[in-house]
Design a protein around this ligand. Structure first.
Ligand SMILES: *Cc1c(COP(=O)(O)O)cnc(C)c1O
Length: 234
């Protein structure tokens, strides 16, 4: 069943990319709150790239999972005190948004491994309380990453505000593309613009996403953390 969803999603992505005249983006399967068995099922159907939001959940799931050769991305907010574990467990961290975190990841990445791939998370709609650096901080943060040999600066990631009006979402994606182009012009290794989720990946691809992060449209709905507490709170 998951293999069928995967095939349908790949089709939808291919169509969106063709309609926009752009290359097929990398599909990142967001497996947060999903069991290891679901990851195994998708891996057996040919999906290779997966993402998790929480370091400890990822650690437990991967210990259970007998599938070497998968690529793992961290997309959730990362506290500096979990950076060391993240630098060992993941191939990419997409949520880098401050110099202190860069330093912690760079120091902890084991020297024998390939450099840890880094995306800078941008708070593109300037939302209060949302993680990510401001657009005008990208250049300095990028230079900070680029100076660390155990890290590889690959690009930008964003989660635009959930505007009901698709035109506003699309405008946020377009602003990200402009920021990405400017960064790529300054740093030759930059090739990845991660944006677009289950509800808006077609818009993101139309505006130039090279990587989309999809959970619900692939795995189905996931149990919301704390949903029972919220239900009880009323
Ligand atoms: C959960 C999550 C996704 C996937 O969201 P869906 O709407 O389920 O596709 C993508 N990116 C980030 C950062 C997430 O936390």
């Amino acid at each position: 069943m998951l293999s069928q969803r995967l095939a349908e999603l790949r089709n939808a992505l291919r169509k969106a990319a063709a309609a926009a005249g752009r290359p097929m983006p990398t599909l990142v399967a967001v497996s947060k709150f999903q069991p290891a068995a679901a990851v195994a099922e998708l891996a057996d159907a040919g999906q290779r790239v997966f993402a998790e939001n929480y370091v400890q959940e990822a650690q437990a799931k991967r210990a259970e999972l007998d599938r070497p050769g998968l690529e793992w991305h961290l997309i959730g907010h990362l506290q500096s005190n979990k950076a060391a574990l993240a630098a060992e467990l993941f191939d990419w961290v997409q949520s880098v948004d401050r110099p202190k975190l860069v330093d912690a990841l760079a120091a902890a990445r084991p020297p024998g491994r390939a450099p840890l791939n880094v995306l800078l998370q941008v708070n593109i709609d300037d939302e209060a309380g949302k993680h990510g650096c401001a657009p005008d901080q990208i250049q300095a943060l990028a230079a900070w990453v680029a100076a660390r040999p155990t890290l590889a600066l690959r690009g930008l990631m964003a989660i635009p505000a959930p505007h009901a009006d698709p035109a506003l979402r699309r405008a946020a994606f377009a602003r990200m593309k402009a920021l990405f182009d400017a960064l790529a012009a300054a740093h030759p290794g930059v090739d990845t613009l991660s944006m677009g989720m289950s509800g808006d990946f077609a818009l993101a691809v139309a505006e130039g996403a090279t990587m989309v992060r999809i959970g619900t449209a692939l795995f189905g709905s996931r149990p919301a953390p704390g949903s029972r507490d919220r239900a009880n709170a009323g």
